[in-house]
Design a protein around this ligand. Sequence first.
Ligand code: NI
Length: 153
Amino acid sequence: MTLLVSKSSPIVTKGRGAMGELVRTGLSLEKELLEKFDAVIHRKGYQNRSEAIRDLIREHLVHAATDENKVIVGTLTMVYDHHQPNLSAKLIEAQHAASSKVLAATHVHLDHHHCLEVVILKGRSGEVRSLADRILSLRGVKHGELTVTTTHG
Ligand code: NI
């Protein structure tokens, strides 16, 4: 089944802020798909479909910027065992070697063994990702993840 959404009800809009002129568009999709989408965005707290769809588009643009090796900002979160020999020195060394890309770092002593560190990185996505991979692959780094964002969305 196909549900044609009337053009008089805006489904995708462009904010008047940084993006400028507001444009209205319509889209067609299966009723079932739309119902599932509505249920999910309702649970997430979206007030309307437009904002949910805008966020999906922005997410897509961030992925595209990453794929195209554009300048991105990354947040690398990791948990490591600071008793691992030489690990603290290696982590500091890796960050200093790429000092132009490290904007800030925060360290929290979680318990007797574990430290949590959040490093904010800026640079071409390829460089940021390879620094993150280098850090996350060090022995003693138990868990971590790089979250990427841009201002392109
Ligand atoms: Ni610590």
